[in-house]
Design a protein. Structure first.
Ligand SMILES: Nc1ncnc2c1ncn2[C@@H]1O[C@H](COP(=O)(O)OP(=O)(O)OP(=O)(O)O)[C@@H](O)[C@H]1O
Length: 383
């Protein structure tokens, strides 16, 4: 199936009986196709959004009926009037990210207003400049450790390109909506409220997403989830997508983050990237709660010797050099990996393990940082 094939089909669907077809009427956005999934939006006047819902459903059904198409996601977006920043008239369900989201604020002049996330006191982003450094593992164990320290905690998996929170928390069920609304109920796992893009879309779907769509889906997961289902959250931990591109910048500008925790491995490259990440957060005035060095050293279980396999200590040095808190070292430890990967995170299942103690201390430092995060962030300069 090509875009032209899809357009051919769409040209046979009128806006309403006897009217122009939806393609000629200019309703259809750019079309994304990947591995049998098709995604696009229909742009309609805001006041007609409700009335257009049956058309959206019909279009989705027609596209799904095409040979070779397994999944179709069609969303309604509102027409933008001059000077009007309004976006979707009918916010699509989070499983239907809008393909015509806001542009990166950097291109729009003044930064947009921050999202209003109800029922959450603090949002903490856990970031890393590259994938595979243990960001999700750290985010999950940090969230559980915050809970163990007596706080009400949620975790939002914003790592659209590789959502792993459902696996790390052993979540199998799909979220349901609060009756009569489009608001999703988070899933409770080990006493924390969890939501992941991985629970809402098919595994292959994220592959077809583009940066701005990611931002759109994330803002919906923040706004359209009943985070305060069991009382207001003290902290919502967000497992961010790796990297420091437009998505992260837009997220940092649109989401009312209280602070960020940066995860890095000791390798030089990772540290180099972490510096970029720090510069970005600094640019958008997000307080940096600190850097965590993950896979910091390897404690040999048989001889008890400490091995600095990745050249341990670089994160502490970097943190000191640029004047941000160093939140600690988490060793490379088989149990952390095995427990994470089997959905039994170490902090929840082995709370007395010395490695859990490291996360508990990390959580204390993060909570402490949140108390004081209103003070001006340190000035960071790079040569
Ligand atoms: N301290 C640790 N000791 C041992 N294994 C670890 C540790 N931290 C993370 N891992 C393992 O490393 C792998 C990558 O971790 P994780 O998925 O958390 O990284 P990530 O940075 O979120 O990656 P991605 O961005 O690709 O999702 C996982 O198998 C995880 O269990």
């Amino acid at each position: 199936m090509t875009k032209d094939d899809i357009l051919e089909k769409l040209k046979r669907i009128p806006v309403r009986p006897g009217a122009q077809d939806i393609v000629s009427a200019g309703l259809v956005s750019d079309i994304f196709i990947k591995d049998g999934s098709v995604m696009f939006s229909l742009t309609v006047p805001a006041e007609e959004a409700q009335a257009m819902e049956p058309l959206r459903q019909l279009v989705e059904k027609e596209i799904k009926s095409l040979p070779g198409i397994e999944k179709a996601m069609v969303a309604l977006t509102a027409e933008r009037k001059a000077g009007d920043r309004a976006q979707a008239a009918t916010p699509p369900h989070p499983s239907q990210p809008r393909p015509q989201p806001p542009k990166a604020p950097a291109q729009r002049g003044a930064p947009p207003a921050k999202l209003d996330v109800k029922g959450v006191k603090h949002i903490v982003a856990v970031s890393s400049a590259k994938g595979g450094v243990g960001k999700s593992t750290t985010a999950v164990n940090l969230a559980l450790a915050l809970k163990a320290n007596g706080l009400k905690v949620g975790i939002l998996d914003a790592d659209i390109y590789g959502p792993s929170i459902p696996r790390l928390l052993n979540i199998k069920e799909k979220p349901t909506t609060v009756e009569g609304t489009r608001i999703l109920q988070p899933i409770m796992a080990y006493g924390i409220a969890a939501m992941s893009i991985g629970l809402l879309v098919e595994e292959d779907a994220p592959m077809i997403w583009r940066g701005p769509m990611v931002v759109s889906a994330l803002t919906q997961m923040l706004r359209d989830v009943a985070w305060n289902m069991e009382g207001d959250l003290d902290v919502l931990v967000v497992d961010m997508p790796p990297g420091t591109g437009d998505i992260q910048l837009t997220m940092a500008q649109q989401v009312p983050l209280s602070g960020s925790v940066i995860v890095s491995t000791p390798q030089d490259l990772a540290l180099l990237d972490a510096r970029k990440g720090i510069a970005m957060f600094k640019k958008v005035s997000i307080p940096i709660l600190g850097i965590v060095e993950n896979m910091s050293y390897f404690l040999c279980p048989s001889c008890g010797e400490k091995h600095d396999i990745f050249g341990h200590g670089g994160a502490r040095e970097t943190a000191e050099k640029i004047g941000i808190p160093f939140l600690g070292e988490i060793p490379l430890y088989m149990d952390i990996r095995e427990r994470s990967d089997s959905g039994c995170p170490i902090v929840a299942t082995e709370p007395d393990d010395p490695h859990s103690a490291i996360y508990l201390q990390l959580a204390k430092d993060v909570a402490q940082g949140l108390q004081t995060s209103s003070r001006p962030a340190p000035k960071i300069t790079f040569e």
